[in-house]
Write a protein that binds this ligand. Structure first.
Ligand code: SF4
Length: 514
């Protein structure tokens, strides 16, 4: 009985259980036109996914697999057509990473559009995530608090990674975050070396150029598109950047998009690298001298954050999409898409970098682009779509929890307080403010850094919710100590910033189009 084996665009790993023995059954990969046009995706992201799928199809063929790579209106259309042509009685799939495809496959199976599906977990030994989906979601059962640090402690104990032989965390604590927050110094990262496009990638670039849709700069594409490229990128990181990764993990330097970060997130999210092999490589690097704080910081991104957001996604979907705990409604300002239309140097620099490369590191995402959105009360779903569209490593399972849960406090179970910060934080952690037309020390008037009045007006707007919060109470007491005229001037300045925001043009989107 013929079984068709569907390799999703995130399943590009020849060792996944969804694949048959070479030559024993047909394998299908699908380029979905509906998915590629569901949002104004970054052109480099479109190239990345296309090129990685085409490389993977070639790799499978070379290993003796019977592979079809089809272009179809949607994943379901493509599967239906190939299943019918091949006489397939069932289709083997990895559990899809995103809600939309998961639901579309379920519906098509229930309605008899597709033959029965044989599902493989997308987590657990030998898969995309360290934990099975049931283990990840099951962690939450019966817990009142679902914070990342609790999940991370669970993950460390469960895997034994960075634990000593007495069952205690290496170095006596789970997180060395406090050691990883140095502002930029005189050091500069080594010159960036990416992956030069080969003939397959050039073909994908030509296709995306011909399509004519998408956002961002196509030129300069240098993301890893195959497993070998991804392994090379990982080793370059350990050879050239790992030593200072921790110290400058949160720093921002004008004109330096990658600093000491890894650039492997996009490859991991396509299946080109498995999380467990990256985690084991970190353990080896630490044994070979990578400082504990740096190694633990990187381990936490993968074993902590990555696994945690995926658990929260499946726990909270589909409600997470409409979560809006702070009632934020303001449309996305145009400068997220057209960075030259803001004078805020930090925001312009981060958004321009995303437009040029499809990438910004976690502090640019959280404390600049996300922080502005939080303080200005931007509509969470609009912000979430921008992140989903603009970043080469973003898929709904990763960006929705990060945007709604972490950056915007829209789904309020993730953190005990919002990540709200004034311009002082950005001033301390970056070199942006020196060349900015605004003054990071002023909180009123046309020259005040917009983050400052917005920060205070955010606190005032949400006083009922945060006024008695143990870690925010001191800020409210500071506010009360300002003279009444100062308070009024701050709120007037905040209103002027908000009134000056030009909304982006509405665009069509469909979260479930795939
Ligand atoms: Fe950003 Fe304010 Fe600094 Fe300008 S002054 S770069 S707006 S933090």
């Amino acid at each position: 009985m013929t079984q068709l084996h569907f390799v999703g665009p995130w399943d590009l790993d020849a060792r996944l259980p969804v694949l048959p023995a070479p030559g024993t059954a047909p394998v299908v990969l699908i380029e979905s036109r509906a998915k590629s046009s569901a949002l104004p995706f970054h052109k480099q992201k479109l190239v990345l996914v296309l090129s990685a799928m085409r490389h993977f199809a070639a790799e499978l063929r070379a290993a003796g697999h019977d592979v079809e790579l089809v272009n179809a209106r949607s994943y379901v259309d493509g599967l239906r057509e190939v299943a019918a042509r091949r006489g397939a009685r069932s289709i083997a799939v990895m559990e899809p990473r995103e809600w939309g495809l998961s639901q579309a496959l379920r519906k098509a199976e229930a309605e008899g559009v597709l033959p029965p599906l044989v599902r493989h977990d997308d987590g657990g030994p030998g898969s995309h995530f360290v934990f099975t989906r049931a283990e990840a979601v099951g962690w939450a059962a019966g817990r009142k608090e679902l914070r990342m640090d609790l999940f991370y402690a669970f993950a460390r104990k469960k895997t034994g990674l960075f634990m000593d032989d007495k069952g205690k965390p290496l170095g006596g604590k789970f997180s060395f975050d406090a050691d990883n927050r140095e502002p930029p110094g005189d050091e500069r990262p080594p010159p960036h070396r990416g992956t030069a496009p080969d003939a397959i990638t050039q073909g994908a670039i030509d296709d995306v150029r011909r399509w004519g849709h998408g956002w961002g700069q196509l030129e300069g594409f240098d993301w890893p598109v195959s497993r070998q490229d991804a392994l090379d990128e990982l080793e370059r990181f350990f050879a050239e950047r790992a030593g200072l990764f921790g110290r400058y993990q949160d720093a921002m330097i004008e004109g330096e998009p990658y600093l000491w970060h890894t650039r492997i997130g996009a490859a991991m999210n396509l299946g080109l690298l498995r999380p467990i092999e990256v985690l084991e490589r970190i353990v080896t690097a630490h044994r070979d001298g990578m400082p504990l704080a740096a190694a633990e910081g990187l381990l936490r991104q993968i074993l902590g954050w990555r696994e945690y957001v995926r658990a929260m996604y499946w726990l909270r979907m589909p409600a997470m999409r409409s979560a809006n705990a702070l009632g934020a409604k303001r449309p996305l300002p145009v400068f997220y898409w057209e960075p030259e239309r803001t004078e805020m140097r930090c925001v312009r620099s981060a958004a321009e970098q995303v437009r040029r490369t499809g990438y910004a590191h976690h502090i640019q995402r959280l404390m600049v682009l996300g922080n502005f959105a939080l303080l200005a009360g931007l509509d969470p779903l609009a912000v979430s779509h921008w992140f989903w569209a603009g970043f080469v490593d973003a898929y709904e399972w990763v960006e929705l929890p990060n945007v709604h849960g972490m950056a915007l406090f829209a789904d309020d179970g993730f953190t005990t307080k919002p990540y709200a910060a004034s311009g002082a934080y950005i001033h301390r952690m970056s070199d942006h403010c020196g060349g900015c037309r605004f003054d990071p020390k002023r909180r009123t008037g046309p020259d005040a850094c917009p983050f400052n009045p917005l920060f205070w007006s955010f606190l005032v707007r949400h006083r009922e919710r945060f006024g008695r919060h143990p870690r925010l109470g001191a800020l409210y007491r500071t506010w009360e100590r300002f003279a009444e005229t100062e308070r009024a001037a701050i709120l007037t300045s905040a209103d002027a910033v908000l009134a000056g925001l030009t909304p982006a043009e509405a665009y069509r989107f469909d979260d479930d189009r795939c």
